[in-house]
Design a protein around this ligand. Sequence first.
Ligand code: DQA
Length: 145
Amino acid sequence: MGKKILVIHGPNLNMLGKREPEIYGSTTLFELNKEIVQKGKKSGLIVETFQSNHEGVIVEKIQEAFGEISALIINPAAFTHTSIAIRDAILILDIPVIEVHLSNIYKREPFRHKSMISDIATGQIAGLGIDGYFFALDAILKIIS
Ligand code: DQA
């Protein structure tokens, strides 16, 4: 059976396609998730995607994934910069974790330069748009194979 990968999208990413398209692009979350799942499938991975606007719901999703998944791809969106709770939940997992941002957070407002998870993630991809998720999948494949 294929290994399971979880992809978590944080707040406002349900509005992809409509939300500041000059920064985040015109692809919708539905389209993005479909592509991620398809790419994973081609590589023998079972990919689940999940989005929430609520910090505690994301924490619970990470907790539920404990022992169930081989890697996590997460774009915590605005919670990247604030959430000790999501950081602590990720620390429970002993698997590769790739942090993805559509935009280059280091080129933007100073409050976006700090990530609460970059120092505990296996790696971070920022500024490459939706391709960042596909590169994250490639990285995971290399790491877990
Ligand atoms: C984001 C960057 C965050 O600063 C922002 O709050 C987001 C999206 C990105 O993907 O570029 O919602 O994580």
